[in-house]
Design a protein around this ligand. Structure first.
Ligand code: HEM
Ligand code: SF4
Length: 749
């Protein structure tokens, strides 16, 4: 008699997870019968970590419409071995990135049985499986639940994965181990009533120290930074608490909500924050719905007051402090005794790997080994082998990292040469972890529906080139971070890299050219201490040359020990832009056809395909001239921002938006004039209300940047506000380019 997974695993699944999965299966049934609305089902499925994906299935949505592709074709190389007959992605939530040997083995099995046999590590310590059929999702969830893993609230408007430093507990610089706190937070909030009614997602992170990057608390909705204070002669553990940070299209630095919150108060505090966010956060306009907008709107003082008020009325809940009793007994068990390297001969390449991939733990005789994963991927076969290696040397002390790698903690130093050897046998002993060759990338156009350019294709190419000349790379650039996103949403975290790229496109004649915007000087250290500056967009195919130019200039011009960030700042935006200018011209398809394809894809690039516009060549060139003026004023705004002239920067950014809107309006109505009211009302009537300006996915978001700024000029312009308008203006200009190409372009492929 055959049994179902549900029957087989009944005893092994936590009852609440099992119940949840049954509910979802019931909804799937109702959806099939047509008695559950697609939108209701979509919300429910997303809340359980089941996303739609792009998969070149012969009917690829190109950003405007669904196109028939000739597929599979011999030339198609986008996303190695792209499989096309399965519909979705599933995100598996791993609080603090923690994994056990059993969980790794199970993930290897389900990746093989239900997806394309690849586990993809994300920038928030999750694992994604792609090409999953919706019919398989309940069983997949049950099998994950049997090893205490859930996909619940991995997506959707809820509390996302709670992340934490991958070396917490073994780090030399931490105040204390944040692991059990992040675990308690994740457990407490999972499925909690107060986190079900958000307008958008909420991301929480824990960090053990201020100076390093690991936890990235300053770019999170809610961030906890470990601290101890002395009280009555006793050391009390607690956290500095940050709120309202986030990347996305317009990045926000988090604000300090409290300098110190004792360890037993952080769960009620987060519950109170959640309640305030659920009550007052934006619900209608998704683009303003993150916590960062609420904090910015209310101001941190008012937000703090509201949270305090909420805290005072919060019903008592024993779960708020129950975990505190377990904290003392929390410890990781090493699989083996810690022993130092004993001088036995080791392979030559070992030392190279040891230098970059091994971190000596605080506990003598033990180290953390970073397994560097190209593009964050590993196969089911590799995963099983890795689980065997872990079982033998480190036990269940495995974690994923926000740089899309896996770490094995508590590796006895004596065993490092063997571990290296074993990893090398399965192709996972690449050196250079967390250095310039270890590039972060979001999924981009390979599998993400929002992707504009191929972030993975570019990352693969840059890595290939950098690895090939790794031995000769100047030491000054070894530790630079490169991060790539396929679009403005910043899943690849390009804002907090030394050198970041995000995908966009430009029109040249009747075709589009995939581009990447170059973002320089972001800070990874100090918990993502500051964001990089956008310098200009270059064709995707020129990015490797651009990277070389930038790094060469840095190496030759830097002062002794000058950091990349300081160099970018010292050089200033004008000079940095001048470095990029030789690459910024638009190619023509006749002269440089290779520029019209994206990395890893032999097809002519296209994400837009719309009817013939009314304009002739001269009008297009008028647009080009006028948009160039907008870009130049925007550039002045950036300079003013750098110089601390916030009001000037804000005004110029607004002016740049007006000029861009005017450029577009003039393709239809030459005599619009220069009066802001006229420009805005013509823009609104002709391009916003008609939805012609709308981005296929972000809809009217970018258009509203201008309308809102025009209707409600800020009364007080501080640095944050100026920064916001400048960022928005840049996105508005990008959107104007895209809209013009859609509306007026005669895109032929
Ligand atoms: C189906 C694919 C995905 C979609 C549609 C998507 C969508 C988005 C959007 C719209 C944002 C903007 C953030 C906001 O302001 O709300 C965002 C941010 C972000 N996403 Fe994704 N994403 C996808 C996949 C991923 C993946 C695979 C990763 C990890 C590799 C990821 C990690 C992030 C991170 C780290 C941020 C920025 C952090 C933040 O502001 O919270 N996303 N994503
Ligand atoms: S950055 Fe854009 S392309 Fe990349 S995963 Fe996020 S939404 Fe998709």
């Amino acid at each position: 008699m055959t049994t179902t997974w549900k029957e087989r695993l009944l005893e092994q699944m936590p009852p609440d997870l099992a119940r949840e999965i049954d509910v979802f299966e019931g909804q799937m049934e109702l959806r099939k019968q047509g008695s559950l609305d697609e939108r209701v089902f979509a919300e429910s499925r997303l809340r359980r970590g089941v996303y739609g994906q792009r998969y070149d299935n012969g009917k690829r949505h190109d950003g405007i419409e669904t196109r028939e592709l000739e597929f599979p074709s011999a030339d198609l190389v986008k996303g190695p071995d792209t499989r096309w007959d399965a519909p979705g992605m599933m995100r598996v939530k791993l609080p603090f990135g923690g994994l056990t040997v059993d969980q790794l083995n199970l993930l290897a099995d389900v990746a093989e049985e239900y997806s394309d046999g690849i586990l993809h590590i994300t920038t928030r310590q999750d694992i994604q499986l792609h090409y999953i059929h919706i019919d398989d999702t309940p069983d997949l969830m049950r099998r994950l639940a049997s090893v205490d893993v859930t996909t619940r609230e991995a997506c959707g408007n809820s509390i996302r994965n709670v992340t934490a430093c991958q070396i917490s507990g073994v780090c030399h610089d931490e105040a204390f181990d944040v692991t059990p706190y992040s675990q308690a937070m994740a457990r407490f909030l999972l499925g909690h009533d107060d986190v079900q009614d958000f307008g958008r997602k909420v991301k929480i992170a824990f960090s053990g120290c201020e100076q390093h990057a690991c936890g990235l608390v300053k770019m999170h909705d809610v961030g906890f930074l470990a601290r101890t204070v002395e009280k009555d002669g006793q050391l009390v553990k607690g956290f500095m608490v940050f709120v309202g940070g986030g990347l996305g299209t317009v990045p926000h630095q988090a604000k300090v909500l409290a300098d110190f919150v004792a360890e037993d108060k952080i769960l009620p505090l987060t519950q109170a924050i959640s309640r305030v966010f659920a009550r007052l956060g934006e619900k209608q306009n998704r683009n303003r719905a993150r916590l960062k907008f609420l904090v910015a709107k209310l101001g941190i003082e008012e937000f703090r007051r509201l949270v305090q008020e909420e805290l005072e009325t919060l019903p008592a809940d024993e779960r708020h402090t129950a975990y505190i009793d377990e904290l003392d007994s929390y410890r990781e068990e090493p699989a083996r005794q810690g022993m130092i390297l004993n001088g036995e001969p080791v392979p030559e390449a070992f030392y190279d790997w040891y230098r970059t991939n091994v971190y000596k733990q605080r506990q003598p005789g033990y180290s953390v080994v970073t397994v560097k994963l190209p593009l964050g991927d590993l196969t089911s076969w590799q995963t099983r082998q890795l689980a065997d290696i872990a079982a033998e040397y480190v036990g269940d002390n495995i974690r994923t990292t926000v740089e899309q790698n896996i770490v094995l903690r508590w590796a006895p130093d004596k065993d490092l040469p063997q571990i290296y050897q074993r990893l090398a046998e399965i192709g996972l002993a690449d050196a250079g972890a967390n250095t310039i060759v270890d590039i972060t990338s979001c999924p981009g156009t390979d599998t993400c529906k929002l992707g504009i350019a191929s972030s993975r294709g570019l990352t693969a190419e840059l890595s290939r080139r950098l690895v090939a000349k790794r031995a000769e790379l100047p030491p000054a650039i070894e530790d630079l971070k490169i991060k790539v996103s396929g679009c403005f949403n910043s899943c690849g975290q390009h804002h907090i890299a030394d050198i970041g790229f995000f995908g966009n496109s430009r029109r040249s004649g009747n075709h589009k050219v995939p581009h990447f915007q170059v973002v320089l000087g972001g800070e990874w250290e100090n918990n993502a201490g500051s964001f990089g500056l956008a310098m200009g967009a270059v064709p995707a195919k020129l990015v490797p040359d651009v990277l070389e130019t930038i790094t060469n200039a840095y190496v030759s011009e830097r002062g002794a020990d000058e950091l990349f960030q300081s160099w970018v700042e010292r050089k200033g935006r004008r000079e940095m832009k001048a470095l990029l200018e030789p690459y910024m011209g638009l190619p023509t398809i006749d002269e440089q056809p290779q520029m019209f394809t994206d990395w890893g894809d032999s097809r002519i690039y296209s994400i837009a395909d719309i009817g013939v516009g009314e304009c002739a060549g001269e009008v297009v060139s008028l647009f080009s001239m006028e948009i160039a003026r907008a870009e130049s004023v925007h550039f002045d705004a950036l300079i003013a921002l750098d110089e601390g002239q916030y009001e000037v920067a804000e005004q110029k950014a607004y002016r740049a938006m007006l000029l861009a809107a005017r450029a577009l309006v003039r393709t239809r109505f030459l005599d619009v004039g220069d009066d802001p009211d006229n420009i805005v009302s013509e823009f609104k009537a002709r391009f916003y209300d008609t939805e012609l300006f709308f981005d296929p996915f972000a809809k009217g978001k970018f258009g509203r940047y201008l309308l809102e700024r025009h209707d409600e000029p800020p009364t007080v312009v501080d640095k944050d506000r100026a920064h916001q308008t400048v960022e928005e203006a840049q996105l508005f200009i990008e959107a104007t380019h895209a809209a013009e190409a859609r509306i007026n372009g005669v895109i032929t492929s």
